[in-house]
Design a protein around this ligand. Sequence first.
Ligand code: URA
Length: 204
Amino acid sequence: PARALAAMAAQEPDSLAALNAVIRASEPLVPGATQAVLGEGPIGAGIAFVGEQPGDQEDLQGRPFVGPAGQLLSGALREAGIDRDRAYLTNAVKHFKFEARGKRRIHQKPTAGEVAHYRWWLERELAFVGPRLVVALGATAVLALTGRQVPITRARGPATFEGKPYGGLVTVHPSYLLRLPDAARPEAYADFVADLRQAAALVA
Ligand code: URA
């Protein structure tokens, strides 16, 4: 991205809507991406979930977590007793990064520099929403929230994000569960739901 988001905002946005207008006007990471995928959910939500970046379906529909990983997340939230509509869902990176192979668009992991590019926005977004707990889904979210690269196996569980007004919890990304071999998935899914239950308990 040629210009940092911070430089695009002529003045500090004074609302989430003003902030969203900045991201909507920004360049995608790769040509051909459809649109910026903004966070979704009410201001004042108790829990915010931060994923990696929109996938193919999210890019087309313009909403976070509506593709296969999002559907898995929705089911797990339901099992954990978390109402998706009352939570705030967003991503560390707001544009789909992909490589075109024929008609398919293959997800590309964002670089640390690309994650840093969107941090300015993520911080302000979360400040406007004001959650009591932020759940990092996977390593890219942890990087975005802390500036550090940490393996999920080490970081998993309740976390303190230094200098932030909200509590933290680190868990795996739902896409990770989709990539597991069938035999390993039920247990990993149960662990994921247990993490989400813990998140619910932290804001109860
Ligand atoms: N994966 C993410 O990290 N975010 C989405 O919105 C969808 C899939």
